[in-house]
Unconditional design. Sequence first.
Lengths: 803, 389
Amino acid sequence: MRPRWQKVLSDIWDNKVRTLLVVLSIAVGVLAIGVIAGAYVIISHDMSVSYAAKNPANIEIRMDDFDEDFLNTLRDFDGVADVEGRRVFGMRARRVGDTAWKVLDIVAFKDFKANTINLLEPVRGVPAPEKGQIVLEKTVLEEISIAVGDELEVELPDGTTRRLEVVGVVLDSSTSAADFLAAPLAYITLDTAPSLGQPELYNRLYATLSEGQDDDAHIRAVFADLKDTIEKSGYDVGLTRRSKTHEHPLASIVNAVLGILMALGVLIVFLSSSLIANTLSALLQQHMRHIGVIKLIGGRNRQVFLMYLSLIFAFGVMALLIAVPLGGQGAYALAQFIADQMSFSLLGYRIVPISFVIQIAIGMLVPLVAGFVPVVRGTRVTVLQAISGDALRLQAGGPTRWERFQLRVTQALARRGIHVPRPLLISLRNTFRRRGRLALTLFTLTMGGAIFISVFNVRVTLNEYVRQVGNYFLADVTLDFERPYRLDEIRQYAMRLDGVTWVEGWAYASAEILYPDGTVADNINILAPPANSGLVSPLMISGRWITPQDRQKLVISEGIFDYYPDLKVGDTLPLKINAREEAWEVVGIFKFIGVEGILGYAPYEYIAAEQNLARRSYSYRLVAERHDRAYQKQLADRAAQAFRDWGFHVREAVPGLSTLDDASESLDILVTFLLIMALLTAVVGAMGLAGTMSMNVLERTREIGVMRAIGATDSAVMRMVITEGTLIGVISWGLAVVLSVPITYLLATIVSLAVFNTPITIVFTPLGYIIWIGLVLLLSAVSSVLPARNAARLTIREVLAYE
Amino acid sequence: MSETPLLERRAADVGAPLIEMRDIVKTFRNAAGEFTVLKGINLTVRRGEFVSVIGKSGSGKSTLLNMLTGIDHPTSGKVIVDGVDVYAMNESQRSLWRGRNLGIVFQFFQLLPMLTLLENVMLPMDYVGMYDFAERPERAMELLRMVGLEEHAHKLPQAVSTGQQQSTAIARALATDPPIIVADEPTGNLDTRASDRIIELFSELSRQGKTIVMVTHDPMMTRRTSRTVILTDGEVVNEAVAKALPLLPHPMMREVERRAEKRVYSPGELILRAQAPVEHFFIIVSGTVEVLHRRAGARTWRVAKLSAGDFFGEIELLRGGKAIASVRAADDGPVEVLVLSRQDFHWLMERSVLTEEAITRIVQQRLEEGRRARRPQGGILGGLFRREK
């Protein structure tokens, strides 16, 4: 091997710490992009494939109870490939021996073997229960600590309990795929239903289409016909959903999150490239004398350039050896995590070729690009500059403007009697000596910090929005019955419960929003509280709230803009309600969560009368004297028990804030992703700082030796280095505080548009700022400790002999 | 503060040993093997001495200085400074000790570039916690005034000349008022004018009673010092040999020392008898000898006293004849001499033409002086010269 290539090899091998730093700097960017790109490809492919593989229903209709005969009449319905009926009902359940109840949605199948729609994937045990047995969806295990073979205790509407043997666990990717707030599912046979107080009848219809399963207009058309037929057959239709076969209902949200992660991944590559530029620049600085000697004995610029380019190339290859296998594993782990959260299964571990290619391209190109300028600058240095070292530096020009400014500040302070201790002055002035390096370090640390802080702001913003959405659900307990009861009667009983201060009966109607041509645009759920109810505090965008006199007038959520972008207050909206087409006037528009569908409010007085339920209701809102979670939960339990004892058919009693908790938990998953990325950027930032401090210490080895020679102890040297690192940390925090504002706006807007379909009001929290200052101080100190320890350990002979 | 009693004690101890290097061996190990740079150095520096250390490149001067300052560990041996065993402390304790007791001046000044001259001078006081915080700027300014840099006090090192930087480094070395100043080639990187200024500064410090140990190549500097230590191949050359035969190459000085026989004479003991044959060349290492002459029938009188670094017996060895004077140890103490045989003396003359020429020239001078004094010729008086300066 030629001597110059041997030099390249020894440059790699001799300074292992520096090699490790450069390789890790490259690897972290490559790893981040590999993980995210890999996960992106796996998720976007597997999510739709695995969803489609379960043959998801294109149409789901919640309706009055129906039997097998009626279901059979729909099997040959035009455009429908297959239909299935199921009974779905909510029940409280717990493991035998537990005290806490959890609400489960129990799905009853006529015949598991004949199941063709919304297929279940066995996880463990048997996938098909017999009479008296139950199979749990995987997510139940997160709520209830139970295993196959255990017994599940369910509570009937009359308060009695039944025990069912748990025989299996399944994954159901499709049944509640679109519902963020759905209760966990469990499965029984229809002949088990009577033992739970339920009839052997279906209440939910699932249909797949024979063609156009991914054509929204076609699905809508078939759905409208089907619903029409059902209603004409005398059945009332409740909530309905439409889905495409090859598009997971939450795909847009997942894609938005992956998009943000991808953006952060690209950012990390940028940050790591600044780290690489810094390290390579320092390396070239250290090699200045070598370059001088090479040139002195006849080496040309091109040869020196090629040597260092080869060195960088070698660093890239080593980084790839670390990052590519880890990236592949990480990508699958991230995809698996997301799949678990979204309840779908992956198609198995595999290498994603495009991610592989991207990683190699980044691992090779980014170091070359980042190292190009330092290498060109280093190779162009003259022999005299290269070998003069100190002597040339001593002849260099006078102090810079920045140095003069520092001196003036120190002198001004001194004139006021403020003398900064010299060791501290050294740290302060050292910080700004290599301003290019400082800028790159600050860039990485600031970006990490700004994103970290922003993630906390986004979290609070989302939660605050959810809390505001909670203004639509201000009741402490929602008490639903199996049949309607008179308002006076329920109020009279409810007020007998300790702590209850107010009771309201609400009505509910389901309708379809029609396009002007009469085709169905979307479903709308119309809630009907008493017009003067204090239990809704809407976020009005325009118009007014409901009044008791309103007839065919409603207040609607802004999701309507998806279908009627120019809709204004005062316009009329064609609705199909109770099988009749009516024109309703929009009197107000309010903010709401987009993915939860379109919501409307109309006065109870009108809706109840239309449904022949005047002065009666299925659903009641209870207000208590206390509003904390614990009290709400306790009141819900007490109310359910008491009304059952009084002979009422209670469906369920739900504490008010629990709905919000579920929503917040779902959002926390998003925030967790963001936080992981923020931490990754913070780690890159910390690595940058550690690298910078190592390089600073290395370059100032001689100065440290001089300090030791004139009396600086180990602790004085360490203090100096750590102070400098900490100062950089604090400056980056200040910059991060400023930068976090636009990043918060950007992230919050992207997330809120993806999740809520609407931009939301940004809220700032001091939490992120406080945690980050603590973290950045810690990271700075830790990043500086190792270089500081190394500096303190050097003997003066070593440092004075150091070149 | 505790500085004043220390100064008083230092004043009282002038002349007492301050630095003692005992059997210092330093061996470096690398892939090529072991290399012993210092081979059992014994050196004592007394309080108030101004010692220059000279030697060729690679002779071990800087390593010797590193041993003295506690900058590097000896492989074996001890360094005692003012009663303190330097290597009994750990590195950090040694830094603090060094800051209080040694002022170091480097060839390349080694000022910290981010601090002004004033701040550089204050830094050691900060590190070792000497003087009140508010007093430090005043003291640093006083030191800069002493080296003539008061008006540049607030400039960064790069804004002043190299000579001014070295003056600042000297001021910094004095910041904690250490009893010892150690300098490594302090004029090695300066022009003549700047060197003169620095030499003057060191002389002034010496006059003030500082103990100074300095590695230098500058003859101007060595002339100002009270003592010169020569290092060759990691060994200290006998100072008497160096003084007596200054034109010998350093390795030959060591060879002379090796070939010579060491003799000790009691006070008053006769070393050479007049009219007796002379077979040896004598170099006085310590003590004093008296040269006695007696004319026929007259009484004996002392014609000269010789001390360390002087030699005698060379004229008889060069020109033949018998001793015309007697030489005996003075009554005030024993005398240690290095004795070279006739054969070794001639070997020396053959190997060093410069030394032969110098001794021949001096012999002629002395003989001429003798004739002028109408004294008998061909005698011992030719040997009564001091080393050529």
